[in-house]
Ligand binder design. Structure first.
Ligand code: M6R
Length: 608
Protein backbone atom coordinates (compact mmCIF):
# COMPACT_ATOMS: atom_id res chain seq x y z
CA UNK A 1 0.00 0.00 0.00
CA UNK A 2 1.00 3.65 -0.29
CA UNK A 3 3.97 4.92 1.70
CA UNK A 4 4.66 8.44 2.96
CA UNK A 5 7.95 9.95 4.06
CA UNK A 6 8.69 13.59 4.97
CA UNK A 7 11.81 15.35 6.25
CA UNK A 8 12.98 18.72 7.56
CA UNK A 9 16.73 19.07 8.24
CA UNK A 10 19.57 21.54 7.77
CA UNK A 11 20.95 19.53 4.81
CA UNK A 12 19.46 18.45 1.50
CA UNK A 13 16.99 15.62 2.07
CA UNK A 14 16.48 14.23 -1.47
CA UNK A 15 18.68 11.17 -1.03
CA UNK A 16 17.27 10.38 2.36
CA UNK A 17 13.69 10.54 1.08
CA UNK A 18 14.51 8.14 -1.76
CA UNK A 19 16.23 5.75 0.67
CA UNK A 20 13.06 5.82 2.77
CA UNK A 21 10.97 4.99 -0.31
CA UNK A 22 13.21 2.01 -1.02
CA UNK A 23 12.57 0.76 2.53
CA UNK A 24 8.81 0.92 1.93
CA UNK A 25 8.95 -0.88 -1.43
CA UNK A 26 7.93 -4.12 0.29
CA UNK A 27 4.49 -2.63 0.98
CA UNK A 28 3.65 -2.83 -2.74
CA UNK A 29 3.29 0.20 -5.06
CA UNK A 30 3.05 1.20 -8.71
CA UNK A 31 4.60 4.68 -8.89
CA UNK A 32 6.72 7.04 -6.81
CA UNK A 33 7.34 10.74 -6.42
CA UNK A 34 9.03 13.48 -4.44
CA UNK A 35 8.63 17.23 -3.81
CA UNK A 36 11.67 19.14 -2.54
CA UNK A 37 11.50 22.71 -1.26
CA UNK A 38 14.26 24.66 -3.06
CA UNK A 39 13.20 28.01 -1.45
CA UNK A 40 12.50 29.78 -4.74
CA UNK A 41 10.39 26.89 -6.00
CA UNK A 42 9.51 23.28 -5.27
CA UNK A 43 11.11 20.54 -7.39
CA UNK A 44 8.47 18.00 -8.35
CA UNK A 45 9.49 14.60 -9.76
CA UNK A 46 7.35 11.53 -10.33
CA UNK A 47 7.72 8.26 -12.18
CA UNK A 48 5.63 5.24 -13.03
CA UNK A 49 7.16 1.98 -11.82
CA UNK A 50 10.02 1.36 -9.47
CA UNK A 51 11.71 3.84 -7.10
CA UNK A 52 14.89 3.26 -9.15
CA UNK A 53 13.32 5.23 -11.99
CA UNK A 54 12.56 8.14 -9.69
CA UNK A 55 16.11 7.99 -8.35
CA UNK A 56 17.64 8.18 -11.81
CA UNK A 57 15.43 11.19 -12.62
CA UNK A 58 16.71 12.82 -9.45
CA UNK A 59 20.32 12.05 -10.37
CA UNK A 60 19.80 13.85 -13.68
CA UNK A 61 17.91 16.86 -12.37
CA UNK A 62 19.77 17.17 -9.03
CA UNK A 63 17.05 18.95 -7.02
CA UNK A 64 18.19 20.20 -3.60
CA UNK A 65 16.05 21.14 -0.63
CA UNK A 66 16.07 20.89 3.16
CA UNK A 67 12.35 20.17 3.37
CA UNK A 68 10.61 17.51 1.34
CA UNK A 69 7.87 14.93 1.04
CA UNK A 70 7.85 11.68 -0.95
CA UNK A 71 5.46 8.85 -1.68
CA UNK A 72 4.96 5.40 -3.16
CA UNK A 73 1.46 4.98 -4.60
CA UNK A 74 -0.71 1.85 -4.75
CA UNK A 75 -3.57 2.76 -7.07
CA UNK A 76 -7.10 2.97 -5.68
CA UNK A 77 -8.73 5.80 -7.68
CA UNK A 78 -7.24 6.12 -11.16
CA UNK A 79 -4.82 3.82 -12.97
CA UNK A 80 -1.11 3.64 -12.18
CA UNK A 81 0.40 6.57 -14.16
CA UNK A 82 2.73 9.52 -13.70
CA UNK A 83 -0.19 12.01 -13.52
CA UNK A 84 -1.84 9.97 -10.77
CA UNK A 85 1.41 9.53 -8.81
CA UNK A 86 1.94 11.69 -5.71
CA UNK A 87 2.89 14.37 -4.74
CA UNK A 88 -0.11 16.25 -6.11
CA UNK A 89 0.14 19.98 -6.50
CA UNK A 90 -2.11 23.03 -6.59
CA UNK A 91 -0.95 26.15 -8.44
CA UNK A 92 2.75 25.25 -8.00
CA UNK A 93 2.28 26.20 -4.39
CA UNK A 94 0.88 23.40 -2.23
CA UNK A 95 2.27 19.86 -2.59
CA UNK A 96 0.72 16.91 -0.81
CA UNK A 97 1.12 13.15 -0.42
CA UNK A 98 -1.79 11.05 0.82
CA UNK A 99 -2.44 7.49 2.02
CA UNK A 100 -5.99 6.20 2.40
CA UNK A 101 -9.25 7.08 0.70
CA UNK A 102 -11.26 10.31 0.76
CA UNK A 103 -14.84 9.05 0.76
CA UNK A 104 -16.52 12.39 -0.07
CA UNK A 105 -14.09 13.22 -2.87
CA UNK A 106 -16.72 13.59 -5.59
CA UNK A 107 -18.60 16.28 -3.66
CA UNK A 108 -15.38 18.15 -2.70
CA UNK A 109 -14.04 17.91 -6.24
CA UNK A 110 -17.24 19.47 -7.60
CA UNK A 111 -17.07 22.32 -5.09
CA UNK A 112 -13.44 23.04 -6.01
CA UNK A 113 -14.09 22.79 -9.76
CA UNK A 114 -16.79 25.44 -9.37
CA UNK A 115 -14.16 27.64 -7.71
CA UNK A 116 -12.00 27.28 -10.83
CA UNK A 117 -9.59 24.52 -9.75
CA UNK A 118 -8.56 22.26 -12.61
CA UNK A 119 -7.98 18.58 -11.89
CA UNK A 120 -5.24 16.84 -13.86
CA UNK A 121 -5.40 13.41 -12.20
CA UNK A 122 -8.13 10.81 -11.64
CA UNK A 123 -7.26 10.45 -7.95
CA UNK A 124 -9.22 11.24 -4.81
CA UNK A 125 -6.00 12.82 -3.45
CA UNK A 126 -5.46 15.82 -5.74
CA UNK A 127 -8.37 17.71 -4.19
CA UNK A 128 -6.39 17.88 -0.91
CA UNK A 129 -3.80 20.16 -2.55
CA UNK A 130 -6.50 22.37 -4.13
CA UNK A 131 -8.51 22.57 -0.91
CA UNK A 132 -5.41 23.66 1.02
CA UNK A 133 -4.60 26.24 -1.66
CA UNK A 134 -8.15 27.54 -1.41
CA UNK A 135 -7.85 28.02 2.36
CA UNK A 136 -4.46 29.73 1.92
CA UNK A 137 -6.06 32.10 -0.62
CA UNK A 138 -8.59 33.00 2.12
CA UNK A 139 -5.69 34.41 4.19
CA UNK A 140 -5.28 31.37 6.44
CA UNK A 141 -1.80 30.12 7.24
CA UNK A 142 -0.82 26.55 6.44
CA UNK A 143 -1.52 25.22 9.94
CA UNK A 144 -5.03 26.77 9.89
CA UNK A 145 -5.57 25.42 6.38
CA UNK A 146 -4.71 21.89 7.57
CA UNK A 147 -7.13 22.19 10.51
CA UNK A 148 -9.91 23.42 8.22
CA UNK A 149 -9.14 20.63 5.76
CA UNK A 150 -9.51 18.05 8.52
CA UNK A 151 -13.11 19.15 9.05
CA UNK A 152 -13.91 18.80 5.34
CA UNK A 153 -12.52 15.32 4.70
CA UNK A 154 -14.35 12.06 5.32
CA UNK A 155 -12.61 8.70 5.16
CA UNK A 156 -9.20 7.41 6.10
CA UNK A 157 -6.20 9.60 5.51
CA UNK A 158 -2.60 10.25 6.40
CA UNK A 159 -1.35 13.42 4.71
CA UNK A 160 1.98 15.25 4.49
CA UNK A 161 2.10 18.69 2.86
CA UNK A 162 4.49 21.51 2.07
CA UNK A 163 3.81 25.10 1.00
CA UNK A 164 6.06 27.03 -1.38
CA UNK A 165 5.76 30.21 0.73
CA UNK A 166 6.96 28.40 3.88
CA UNK A 167 10.47 26.97 3.45
CA UNK A 168 10.95 25.70 6.99
CA UNK A 169 8.02 23.38 7.79
CA UNK A 170 6.19 20.31 6.67
CA UNK A 171 2.67 19.58 7.88
CA UNK A 172 0.92 16.33 8.73
CA UNK A 173 -2.58 15.09 9.43
CA UNK A 174 -3.81 11.65 10.45
CA UNK A 175 -7.18 9.96 10.55
CA UNK A 176 -7.48 6.13 10.57
CA UNK A 177 -4.32 5.66 8.51
CA UNK A 178 -0.90 5.14 10.12
CA UNK A 179 1.48 8.11 10.41
CA UNK A 180 4.32 8.78 12.81
CA UNK A 181 7.00 11.33 13.55
CA UNK A 182 10.66 10.34 13.74
CA UNK A 183 12.77 12.52 16.00
CA UNK A 184 16.50 12.94 15.61
CA UNK A 185 19.27 15.47 16.26
CA UNK A 186 19.59 15.76 12.47
CA UNK A 187 16.03 17.01 12.10
CA UNK A 188 12.37 15.98 12.11
CA UNK A 189 10.98 13.21 9.96
CA UNK A 190 7.65 11.55 9.34
CA UNK A 191 6.57 8.29 7.72
CA UNK A 192 3.63 5.97 7.44
CA UNK A 193 5.91 3.07 8.36
CA UNK A 194 8.72 3.18 10.97
CA UNK A 195 10.85 0.92 8.73
CA UNK A 196 11.26 3.89 6.34
CA UNK A 197 13.22 5.72 9.05
CA UNK A 198 15.19 2.79 10.41
CA UNK A 199 18.60 4.26 9.44
CA UNK A 200 17.71 7.73 10.74
CA UNK A 201 16.28 7.35 14.21
CA UNK A 202 14.85 4.94 16.76
CA UNK A 203 12.64 7.58 18.45
CA UNK A 204 9.07 7.80 17.23
CA UNK A 205 5.84 9.55 18.10
CA UNK A 206 2.78 7.65 16.87
CA UNK A 207 0.13 10.14 15.81
CA UNK A 208 -3.50 9.72 16.79
CA UNK A 209 -6.69 10.22 14.80
CA UNK A 210 -7.44 13.90 14.37
CA UNK A 211 -3.84 15.06 14.92
CA UNK A 212 -2.39 17.93 12.90
CA UNK A 213 1.38 18.51 13.11
CA UNK A 214 3.68 21.38 12.17
CA UNK A 215 7.33 20.27 12.02
CA UNK A 216 10.58 22.08 11.30
CA UNK A 217 14.20 20.85 11.48
CA UNK A 218 14.35 21.68 15.19
CA UNK A 219 10.87 21.16 16.61
CA UNK A 220 7.39 19.76 16.15
CA UNK A 221 3.99 20.78 17.47
CA UNK A 222 1.08 18.37 17.64
CA UNK A 223 -2.52 19.57 17.88
CA UNK A 224 -5.17 16.99 18.72
CA UNK A 225 -8.65 16.48 17.32
CA UNK A 226 -9.91 19.44 19.38
CA UNK A 227 -7.06 21.68 18.14
CA UNK A 228 -5.44 21.59 21.59
CA UNK A 229 -1.65 21.34 21.86
CA UNK A 230 -0.85 17.70 22.66
CA UNK A 231 2.26 16.14 24.19
CA UNK A 232 2.68 12.56 23.04
CA UNK A 233 4.89 9.81 24.34
CA UNK A 234 8.15 9.15 22.49
CA UNK A 235 8.51 5.42 21.75
CA UNK A 236 11.95 3.86 21.24
CA UNK A 237 12.00 1.10 18.66
CA UNK A 238 15.13 -0.89 18.04
CA UNK A 239 14.69 -2.26 14.55
CA UNK A 240 17.97 -3.71 13.33
CA UNK A 241 18.83 -2.79 9.77
CA UNK A 242 19.77 -6.48 9.34
CA UNK A 243 16.06 -7.26 9.58
CA UNK A 244 15.65 -5.04 6.53
CA UNK A 245 18.31 -6.76 4.44
CA UNK A 246 18.10 -10.02 2.49
CA UNK A 247 21.19 -11.29 4.27
CA UNK A 248 22.45 -13.34 1.32
CA UNK A 249 19.05 -14.81 0.37
CA UNK A 250 17.63 -14.12 -3.09
CA UNK A 251 14.36 -12.76 -1.76
CA UNK A 252 12.92 -11.62 1.55
CA UNK A 253 10.38 -14.43 1.23
CA UNK A 254 13.15 -17.01 1.06
CA UNK A 255 14.91 -15.46 4.06
CA UNK A 256 11.66 -15.37 6.01
CA UNK A 257 10.92 -19.05 5.27
CA UNK A 258 14.34 -19.95 6.70
CA UNK A 259 13.87 -17.67 9.72
CA UNK A 260 10.90 -19.71 10.94
CA UNK A 261 12.67 -21.91 13.50
CA UNK A 262 14.04 -18.79 15.24
CA UNK A 263 10.82 -16.86 14.82
CA UNK A 264 8.81 -19.64 16.50
CA UNK A 265 11.37 -19.84 19.28
CA UNK A 266 10.82 -16.10 19.83
CA UNK A 267 7.04 -16.56 19.88
CA UNK A 268 7.35 -19.16 22.62
CA UNK A 269 10.07 -17.38 24.59
CA UNK A 270 8.84 -16.30 28.02
CA UNK A 271 5.38 -17.76 27.43
CA UNK A 272 5.78 -21.41 28.43
CA UNK A 273 7.11 -22.61 31.77
CA UNK A 274 8.08 -26.14 32.95
CA UNK A 275 4.98 -28.03 31.81
CA UNK A 276 2.35 -25.45 31.00
CA UNK A 277 1.69 -22.01 29.54
CA UNK A 278 2.56 -19.14 31.87
CA UNK A 279 -0.05 -16.86 33.46
CA UNK A 280 -1.22 -13.57 31.94
CA UNK A 281 0.81 -13.89 28.76
CA UNK A 282 -1.79 -11.81 26.91
CA UNK A 283 -1.33 -8.87 29.33
CA UNK A 284 -2.05 -8.06 32.95
CA UNK A 285 -5.50 -9.33 33.91
CA UNK A 286 -5.85 -11.56 30.84
CA UNK A 287 -6.25 -14.70 32.99
CA UNK A 288 -9.48 -13.29 34.45
CA UNK A 289 -10.73 -12.58 30.96
CA UNK A 290 -9.88 -16.06 29.67
CA UNK A 291 -11.60 -17.82 32.56
CA UNK A 292 -14.89 -16.15 31.54
CA UNK A 293 -14.70 -16.93 27.82
CA UNK A 294 -17.50 -19.18 26.55
CA UNK A 295 -17.32 -18.38 22.83
CA UNK A 296 -14.84 -16.82 20.44
CA UNK A 297 -15.42 -14.59 17.42
CA UNK A 298 -12.36 -14.48 15.13
CA UNK A 299 -11.97 -11.75 12.53
CA UNK A 300 -9.01 -11.63 10.13
CA UNK A 301 -8.05 -11.48 6.45
CA UNK A 302 -6.03 -13.61 4.02
CA UNK A 303 -3.33 -15.73 5.57
CA UNK A 304 -4.25 -14.53 9.06
CA UNK A 305 -7.79 -15.83 8.48
CA UNK A 306 -6.36 -19.24 7.61
CA UNK A 307 -4.48 -19.22 10.92
CA UNK A 308 -7.80 -18.46 12.61
CA UNK A 309 -9.47 -21.42 10.88
CA UNK A 310 -6.82 -23.79 12.21
CA UNK A 311 -7.12 -22.25 15.67
CA UNK A 312 -10.91 -22.69 15.70
CA UNK A 313 -10.26 -26.46 15.58
CA UNK A 314 -7.81 -26.20 18.47
CA UNK A 315 -10.14 -24.07 20.61
CA UNK A 316 -12.82 -26.70 20.22
CA UNK A 317 -10.59 -29.77 20.69
CA UNK A 318 -8.39 -28.46 23.51
CA UNK A 319 -10.55 -25.93 25.36
CA UNK A 320 -14.08 -27.01 24.38
CA UNK A 321 -14.91 -23.53 23.15
CA UNK A 322 -16.96 -22.97 19.99
CA UNK A 323 -15.65 -20.38 17.55
CA UNK A 324 -17.26 -18.26 14.87
CA UNK A 325 -14.89 -16.99 12.19
CA UNK A 326 -15.47 -14.24 9.64
CA UNK A 327 -13.62 -12.42 6.90
CA UNK A 328 -12.75 -8.99 8.28
CA UNK A 329 -14.26 -7.36 5.21
CA UNK A 330 -17.62 -9.11 5.78
CA UNK A 331 -18.03 -9.26 9.53
CA UNK A 332 -19.52 -5.79 10.18
CA UNK A 333 -22.03 -6.06 7.38
CA UNK A 334 -23.80 -9.22 8.51
CA UNK A 335 -25.30 -7.70 11.65
CA UNK A 336 -23.46 -10.24 13.83
CA UNK A 337 -25.26 -11.73 16.80
CA UNK A 338 -23.10 -11.45 19.93
CA UNK A 339 -23.65 -14.24 22.42
CA UNK A 340 -22.79 -13.68 26.06
CA UNK A 341 -19.15 -14.06 27.18
CA UNK A 342 -17.77 -13.98 23.66
CA UNK A 343 -14.14 -13.00 23.18
CA UNK A 344 -13.42 -10.85 20.10
CA UNK A 345 -10.15 -12.12 18.60
CA UNK A 346 -8.31 -10.44 15.74
CA UNK A 347 -5.28 -11.92 13.98
CA UNK A 348 -3.02 -9.74 11.87
CA UNK A 349 0.63 -9.56 10.88
CA UNK A 350 0.66 -5.81 10.26
CA UNK A 351 -1.95 -4.74 12.79
CA UNK A 352 -3.01 -2.11 10.26
CA UNK A 353 -5.35 -4.05 7.94
CA UNK A 354 -8.22 -1.59 7.52
CA UNK A 355 -10.94 -4.26 7.40
CA UNK A 356 -9.71 -5.91 10.60
CA UNK A 357 -9.28 -2.58 12.37
CA UNK A 358 -12.76 -1.49 11.23
CA UNK A 359 -14.14 -4.75 12.64
CA UNK A 360 -12.45 -4.07 16.00
CA UNK A 361 -13.94 -0.55 16.11
CA UNK A 362 -17.36 -2.04 15.41
CA UNK A 363 -16.89 -4.80 18.01
CA UNK A 364 -15.96 -2.25 20.69
CA UNK A 365 -19.48 -0.86 20.41
CA UNK A 366 -21.00 -4.33 20.86
CA UNK A 367 -21.34 -6.52 23.91
CA UNK A 368 -18.14 -8.56 23.70
CA UNK A 369 -16.35 -9.76 26.79
CA UNK A 370 -13.17 -8.08 25.57
CA UNK A 371 -10.83 -7.87 22.62
CA UNK A 372 -7.59 -9.73 22.06
CA UNK A 373 -5.21 -9.47 19.13
CA UNK A 374 -2.51 -11.82 17.88
CA UNK A 375 -0.26 -9.39 16.05
CA UNK A 376 3.33 -9.00 14.85
CA UNK A 377 3.77 -5.22 15.10
CA UNK A 378 3.79 -3.89 18.67
CA UNK A 379 3.18 -0.27 17.67
CA UNK A 380 0.34 -1.01 15.26
CA UNK A 381 -3.21 0.28 15.62
CA UNK A 382 -4.60 -3.18 16.45
CA UNK A 383 -1.97 -3.71 19.14
CA UNK A 384 -2.69 -0.32 20.66
CA UNK A 385 -6.46 -0.47 20.47
CA UNK A 386 -7.15 -4.04 21.64
CA UNK A 387 -7.72 -4.78 25.34
CA UNK A 388 -5.14 -7.58 25.30
CA UNK A 389 -2.51 -8.84 22.88
CA UNK A 390 0.06 -11.48 22.22
CA UNK A 391 2.87 -10.41 19.92
CA UNK A 392 4.08 -13.07 17.55
CA UNK A 393 7.64 -11.66 17.73
CA UNK A 394 8.46 -12.87 14.21
CA UNK A 395 10.48 -9.73 13.41
CA UNK A 396 9.67 -7.52 10.40
CA UNK A 397 8.10 -9.50 7.55
CA UNK A 398 9.01 -7.79 4.29
CA UNK A 399 7.89 -10.25 1.58
CA UNK A 400 4.27 -9.59 0.62
CA UNK A 401 3.55 -13.30 0.96
CA UNK A 402 3.15 -14.12 4.64
CA UNK A 403 5.33 -17.01 5.78
CA UNK A 404 6.88 -16.62 9.23
CA UNK A 405 3.94 -14.44 10.27
CA UNK A 406 1.60 -17.38 9.62
CA UNK A 407 3.54 -20.08 11.46
CA UNK A 408 4.17 -17.78 14.44
CA UNK A 409 0.47 -16.86 14.49
CA UNK A 410 -0.29 -20.57 14.70
CA UNK A 411 2.19 -21.02 17.55
CA UNK A 412 0.64 -18.02 19.36
CA UNK A 413 -2.88 -19.35 18.78
CA UNK A 414 -1.86 -22.71 20.21
CA UNK A 415 -0.69 -20.82 23.31
CA UNK A 416 -4.15 -19.25 23.45
CA UNK A 417 -5.87 -22.65 23.13
CA UNK A 418 -3.70 -24.00 25.96
CA UNK A 419 -4.32 -20.92 28.12
CA UNK A 420 -8.08 -21.24 27.64
CA UNK A 421 -7.93 -24.92 28.60
CA UNK A 422 -5.85 -24.01 31.65
CA UNK A 423 -8.30 -21.29 32.67
CA UNK A 424 -11.09 -23.91 32.50
CA UNK A 425 -9.05 -26.64 34.25
CA UNK A 426 -9.19 -28.86 31.20
CA UNK A 427 -6.78 -31.41 29.72
CA UNK A 428 -3.74 -31.03 32.03
CA UNK A 429 -1.90 -34.02 30.48
CA UNK A 430 -2.53 -32.86 26.96
CA UNK A 431 -1.25 -29.37 27.91
CA UNK A 432 1.97 -30.82 29.24
CA UNK A 433 2.40 -32.91 26.09
CA UNK A 434 1.78 -29.99 23.73
CA UNK A 435 4.07 -27.63 25.67
CA UNK A 436 6.85 -30.17 25.35
CA UNK A 437 6.05 -30.65 21.63
CA UNK A 438 6.15 -26.87 21.11
CA UNK A 439 9.68 -26.84 22.52
CA UNK A 440 10.80 -29.34 19.87
CA UNK A 441 8.96 -27.59 17.04
CA UNK A 442 11.74 -25.18 15.93
CA UNK A 443 14.10 -28.12 15.44
CA UNK A 444 11.52 -30.16 13.53
CA UNK A 445 10.86 -27.17 11.28
CA UNK A 446 14.62 -26.81 10.64
CA UNK A 447 14.64 -30.45 9.58
CA UNK A 448 11.70 -29.93 7.22
CA UNK A 449 13.58 -27.10 5.48
CA UNK A 450 16.02 -29.77 4.24
CA UNK A 451 13.25 -31.18 2.03
CA UNK A 452 13.88 -28.42 -0.48
CA UNK A 453 15.57 -30.58 -3.21
CA UNK A 454 12.55 -32.94 -3.26
CA UNK A 455 10.13 -30.03 -3.37
CA UNK A 456 12.03 -28.45 -6.29
CA UNK A 457 11.28 -31.59 -8.33
CA UNK A 458 7.56 -31.06 -7.74
CA UNK A 459 7.90 -27.32 -8.40
CA UNK A 460 9.32 -28.05 -11.87
CA UNK A 461 6.11 -29.91 -12.75
CA UNK A 462 3.71 -27.39 -11.20
CA UNK A 463 5.48 -24.40 -12.79
CA UNK A 464 4.51 -25.67 -16.27
CA UNK A 465 0.77 -25.62 -15.47
CA UNK A 466 -1.86 -22.88 -15.31
CA UNK A 467 -4.00 -24.38 -12.54
CA UNK A 468 -3.52 -26.34 -9.35
CA UNK A 469 -5.74 -27.96 -6.76
CA UNK A 470 -4.82 -28.26 -3.08
CA UNK A 471 -6.53 -30.88 -0.95
CA UNK A 472 -6.68 -31.38 2.80
CA UNK A 473 -9.19 -32.68 5.31
CA UNK A 474 -10.22 -31.41 8.75
CA UNK A 475 -7.64 -29.07 10.24
CA UNK A 476 -5.55 -29.49 7.05
CA UNK A 477 -8.17 -27.85 4.86
CA UNK A 478 -7.14 -24.33 6.01
CA UNK A 479 -3.52 -25.35 5.44
CA UNK A 480 -4.46 -26.40 1.88
CA UNK A 481 -6.16 -22.98 1.52
CA UNK A 482 -2.97 -21.28 2.69
CA UNK A 483 -0.90 -23.33 0.20
CA UNK A 484 -3.25 -22.35 -2.59
CA UNK A 485 -3.21 -18.64 -1.62
CA UNK A 486 0.59 -18.67 -1.50
CA UNK A 487 0.89 -20.26 -4.95
CA UNK A 488 -1.56 -17.89 -6.63
CA UNK A 489 -0.23 -14.71 -5.07
CA UNK A 490 3.41 -15.16 -6.04
CA UNK A 491 3.34 -17.40 -9.13
CA UNK A 492 0.02 -16.16 -10.63
CA UNK A 493 -1.09 -19.77 -11.16
CA UNK A 494 -4.80 -20.20 -10.58
CA UNK A 495 -5.12 -22.39 -7.51
CA UNK A 496 -8.00 -23.58 -5.37
CA UNK A 497 -8.29 -25.57 -2.18
CA UNK A 498 -10.92 -28.17 -1.32
CA UNK A 499 -11.63 -30.49 1.58
CA UNK A 500 -10.75 -33.75 -0.20
CA UNK A 501 -14.18 -35.29 0.49
CA UNK A 502 -15.82 -32.48 -1.51
CA UNK A 503 -14.06 -33.47 -4.76
CA UNK A 504 -16.76 -35.86 -5.87
CA UNK A 505 -19.39 -33.12 -5.47
CA UNK A 506 -18.08 -31.14 -8.44
CA UNK A 507 -14.37 -30.36 -8.66
CA UNK A 508 -13.53 -33.91 -9.79
CA UNK A 509 -14.70 -32.76 -13.23
CA UNK A 510 -11.56 -30.61 -13.42
CA UNK A 511 -9.18 -33.53 -13.05
CA UNK A 512 -7.04 -34.42 -16.07
CA UNK A 513 -3.32 -34.68 -16.84
CA UNK A 514 -2.98 -30.87 -16.78
CA UNK A 515 -4.31 -30.48 -13.26
CA UNK A 516 -1.64 -30.87 -10.58
CA UNK A 517 -3.25 -31.96 -7.31
CA UNK A 518 -1.25 -31.27 -4.16
CA UNK A 519 -2.62 -33.26 -1.25
CA UNK A 520 -1.81 -33.01 2.45
CA UNK A 521 -1.85 -36.51 3.91
CA UNK A 522 -0.83 -36.66 7.57
CA UNK A 523 -1.23 -39.87 9.51
CA UNK A 524 -4.42 -39.12 11.42
CA UNK A 525 -7.95 -40.44 11.84
CA UNK A 526 -8.93 -39.14 8.40
CA UNK A 527 -5.98 -40.72 6.57
CA UNK A 528 -7.85 -43.71 5.19
CA UNK A 529 -10.70 -41.64 3.83
CA UNK A 530 -8.29 -39.13 2.35
CA UNK A 531 -6.33 -41.88 0.56
CA UNK A 532 -9.59 -43.10 -1.04
CA UNK A 533 -10.23 -39.55 -2.27
CA UNK A 534 -6.72 -39.44 -3.72
CA UNK A 535 -7.18 -42.80 -5.45
CA UNK A 536 -10.18 -41.21 -7.18
CA UNK A 537 -7.90 -38.47 -8.49
CA UNK A 538 -5.29 -40.99 -9.69
CA UNK A 539 -7.91 -43.11 -11.40
CA UNK A 540 -8.90 -40.08 -13.49
CA UNK A 541 -5.36 -39.32 -14.64
CA UNK A 542 -4.78 -36.38 -12.25
CA UNK A 543 -1.16 -35.41 -11.56
CA UNK A 544 -0.94 -36.20 -7.86
CA UNK A 545 1.69 -34.90 -5.41
CA UNK A 546 1.32 -36.01 -1.82
CA UNK A 547 2.85 -34.33 1.20
CA UNK A 548 2.62 -36.46 4.32
CA UNK A 549 3.30 -39.80 5.85
CA UNK A 550 -0.09 -41.42 5.30
CA UNK A 551 0.46 -42.08 1.61
CA UNK A 552 2.95 -44.93 2.20
CA UNK A 553 0.66 -47.62 0.79
CA UNK A 554 -0.38 -45.71 -2.31
CA UNK A 555 1.46 -46.61 -5.50
CA UNK A 556 3.11 -43.25 -6.08
CA UNK A 557 6.44 -42.47 -7.74
CA UNK A 558 8.89 -41.42 -4.98
CA UNK A 559 9.33 -38.03 -6.64
CA UNK A 560 5.60 -37.40 -6.10
CA UNK A 561 5.73 -38.13 -2.39
CA UNK A 562 7.22 -36.05 0.41
CA UNK A 563 7.51 -37.52 3.88
CA UNK A 564 7.75 -35.12 6.80
CA UNK A 565 9.57 -35.44 10.13
CA UNK A 566 7.60 -36.86 13.08
CA UNK A 567 5.72 -34.28 15.12
CA UNK A 568 2.90 -34.14 17.70
CA UNK A 569 -0.26 -34.42 15.62
CA UNK A 570 -1.76 -31.25 17.11
CA UNK A 571 1.18 -29.24 15.73
CA UNK A 572 1.32 -30.90 12.31
CA UNK A 573 -0.62 -28.04 10.62
CA UNK A 574 2.38 -25.78 11.38
CA UNK A 575 4.86 -28.32 10.02
CA UNK A 576 2.90 -29.09 6.84
CA UNK A 577 2.87 -25.39 5.94
CA UNK A 578 6.64 -25.37 5.35
CA UNK A 579 6.79 -27.55 2.18
CA UNK A 580 3.88 -25.57 0.72
CA UNK A 581 5.74 -22.29 1.24
CA UNK A 582 8.89 -23.71 -0.37
CA UNK A 583 6.82 -25.10 -3.25
CA UNK A 584 5.24 -21.70 -4.05
CA UNK A 585 8.58 -19.96 -3.75
CA UNK A 586 10.32 -22.40 -6.11
CA UNK A 587 7.46 -22.33 -8.63
CA UNK A 588 7.52 -18.51 -8.64
CA UNK A 589 11.29 -18.57 -9.07
CA UNK A 590 10.93 -20.81 -12.14
CA UNK A 591 8.22 -18.57 -13.57
CA UNK A 592 10.33 -15.45 -12.95
CA UNK A 593 7.69 -13.41 -11.11
CA UNK A 594 8.36 -10.53 -8.73
CA UNK A 595 8.31 -12.71 -5.61
CA UNK A 596 8.63 -10.11 -2.87
CA UNK A 597 6.30 -7.61 -4.52
CA UNK A 598 3.79 -9.59 -6.58
CA UNK A 599 1.76 -7.58 -9.06
CA UNK A 600 -1.28 -5.68 -7.75
CA UNK A 601 -0.65 -6.64 -4.12
CA UNK A 602 0.30 -4.69 -1.04
CA UNK A 603 1.89 -5.86 2.18
CA UNK A 604 -0.31 -3.93 4.53
CA UNK A 605 -3.81 -3.31 3.22
CA UNK A 606 -4.79 -0.01 4.83
CA UNK A 607 -7.86 0.67 2.69
CA UNK A 608 -11.22 -1.07 2.97
O1 M6R B 1 -1.40 -7.85 8.07
P1 M6R B 1 -2.52 -8.85 8.04
O2 M6R B 1 -2.15 -10.17 8.56
O3 M6R B 1 -3.79 -8.32 8.66
O4 M6R B 1 -2.83 -9.03 6.49
C1 M6R B 1 -3.91 -9.79 6.05
C2 M6R B 1 -3.73 -10.20 4.60
O5 M6R B 1 -3.69 -9.07 3.78
C3 M6R B 1 -2.44 -11.01 4.40
O6 M6R B 1 -2.40 -12.11 5.25
C4 M6R B 1 -2.32 -11.50 2.94
O7 M6R B 1 -3.33 -12.41 2.66
C5 M6R B 1 -0.93 -12.11 2.74
N1 M6R B 1 -0.15 -11.27 1.88
C6 M6R B 1 -0.95 -13.44 2.09
O8 M6R B 1 0.33 -13.96 1.97
Amino acid sequence: MCGIIAAATEKSVGKLLVQGLYKMEYRGYDSAGVALHQVKDIAHLRSLGKVEKLESKMKKQKPRGKIGIAHTRWATHGKPSEENAHPHVSKDRVFIVHNGIIENYIELKEQLSKKGYVFVSQTDSELIAHQLDFFLSQKHNMFEAMSLLKKKLQGAFAIAAIDQSDDSHFYLMRNKSPLLLGISEEGMFAASDPLALVDITNEFVFLEDGDVVEASASEYKIFDENEKRAIRKITKLNISSEAMSKNGYRHFMEKEIYEQPTAILNTLDGRIGGEDVLENIFGEGSNDLLSNVERIQIVAAGTSLHAGRVAANWFSAIAQIPTQIDYASEYRYKNPYVDKNTLFLTISQSGETADTLGALHYAKERDYLGSLTICNVPTSSLARESDFMLLTNAGPEIGVASTKAFTTQLAALMLLALSLAKARNLNPKLRTRVVSALRSLPEIISESLNLKPKIIRIAKEVAKKDNALFLGRGIFYPIAQEGSLKLKEISYIHAEAYPAGELKHGPLALIDKDMPVIALAPENELAEKLISNLEEVKARGGKLFVIGNAAGNMTLKPKNLINLPECDFLLTPILYTIPLQILSYEVALLRGTDIDQPRNLAKSVTVE
